[in-house]
Design a protein around this ligand. Structure first.
Ligand SMILES: N[C@@H](CCC(=O)N[C@@H](CS)C(=O)NCC(=O)O)C(=O)O
Length: 338
């Protein structure tokens, strides 16, 4: 079954990723007057709608930053909620201009899906969530456990690798959506649920008594999460890539949503380049000279977006950890704006 769907995906990717199929995405987006951005179906901290349909989250802010850079208006977006399984076809078919949905960058996704990852918005890894009452302290104590997992994810594959690699038996109980997966776990259909650690923290908040559940210490994989665009449009690839870099570089340069107007008056050469008061770097991307100003005004720098959505200023309370800047002990690093 799995093989059939992979072959099908590959054929579809090849058919749709033909050069020129969606070559001028920037023009398409401008003509439409709106960015179409693929997100999750609801994951607090990353992409989550409230009861009025307003989306917030770190992944959502990446979409908003791209819209701000193009339209100087972060609301010119149509959010398209996608399951793990459907996310890539939506990108391939042109239904969305970019995917910003807690998606792990892997070799096969970079190649056979006909897509490009534009960077890493969140360095994650896979973990396990169990009920405290189970009295398990380590994933290595999970031999013979039943495990709830979402289909169409790297999670499913890592789970198999981890149990095989540690000579442990397990029973998989797989679901297409996150809600079903976590409801099944909560109702006791499985002993443990596995997913990217950030998503475990997010989903735990939705459980009846979050404090009854604990994330085990093992992180069993690398899950670099980032936005994706289609192959075949280098300008669009550059735009989505540099919007994230602008957010990371802005943090490194000390440019914040609050001090933006002050910083924009700076005489320093790197500030003048970033704000477009010297040179035309934004225009080289197909945007405007004030592209970085627009981005930071709309969503803040990377650290601000992180804190507000998943970090210290959010309900998730996730530590910066690996997602701290490279010169502050983490691995977030953006090439220079010059
Ligand atoms: N990062 C992994 C997992 C992504 C994933 O879909 N995780 C689930 C686990 S919570 C999720 O986000 N579901 C939300 C949804 O289906 O809307 C991948 O790219 O395959």
């Amino acid at each position: 079954m799995k093989r059939v769907s992979l072959a099908f995906t590959f054929a579809l990717a090849t058919a749709l990723a033909s050069p020129g199929a969606h070559a001028d995405t920037l023009k398409t987006v401008k003509d439409r007057g709106m960015l179409s951005c693929g997100v999750s179906q609801g994951l607090p901290g990353f992409s989550n709608p409230d009861d009025k349909g307003n989306w917030t989250g770190l992944d959502v802010d990446i979409c908003r930053a791209v819209a701000a850079a193009i339209f100087n208006d972060p609301t010119k977006i149509k959010f398209v909620p996608l399951s793990a399984k459907d996310r890539f076809t939506a990108l391939q078919s042109g239904e969305i201009d970019m995917l910003s949905r807690n998606t792990t960058w892997t070799l096969s996704r970079d190649t056979s899906l006909g897509a490009n990852f534009t960077g890493v918005t969140y360095y994650d890894g896979q973990g396990f969530l169990v009920k405290k009452s189970l009295k398990v302290n380590s994933a290595l104590e999970l031999n013979s456990a039943s495990v709830c997992v979402q289909t169409g994810t790297t999670t499913e594959q890592n789970l198999a690798d981890y149990f095989k690699g540690n000579n442990m038996k397990y029973e998989v109980i797989a679901f297409a959506g996150a809600d079903e997966t976590f409801k099944a776990y909560e109702s006791g259909r499985c002993d443990v649920v596995t997913s990217d650690v950030s998503q475990l923290y997010a989903e735990r908040l939705k459980l009846a008594t979050p404090a009854d559940h604990v994330v085990l210490p093992e992180v069993i994989s690398k899950e670099p999460l980032g936005p994706m665009v289609r192959h075949g449009d280098d300008q669009w690839f550059d735009i989505v890539k540099w919007v994230l870099f602008a957010m990371v570089d802005a943090e490194e340069m000390g440019i914040t949503q609050k001090n933006l107007d002050e910083m924009a008056k700076s005489d320093k050469p790197d500030m003048k380049r970033a704000f477009g008061t010297d040179g035309n770097l934004g225009e080289q991307l197909g945007l405007t000279k004030d592209w970085l100003y627009r981005i930071v005004k709309a969503v803040g720098n990377y650290g601000e977006a992180f804190d507000r959505n998943v970090g210290a200023g959010s309900k998730l309370q996730i530590a910066r950890g690996l997602n701290q800047l490279w010169n502050k002990g983490g691995i977030q690093y953006a090439p220079p704006i010059r």
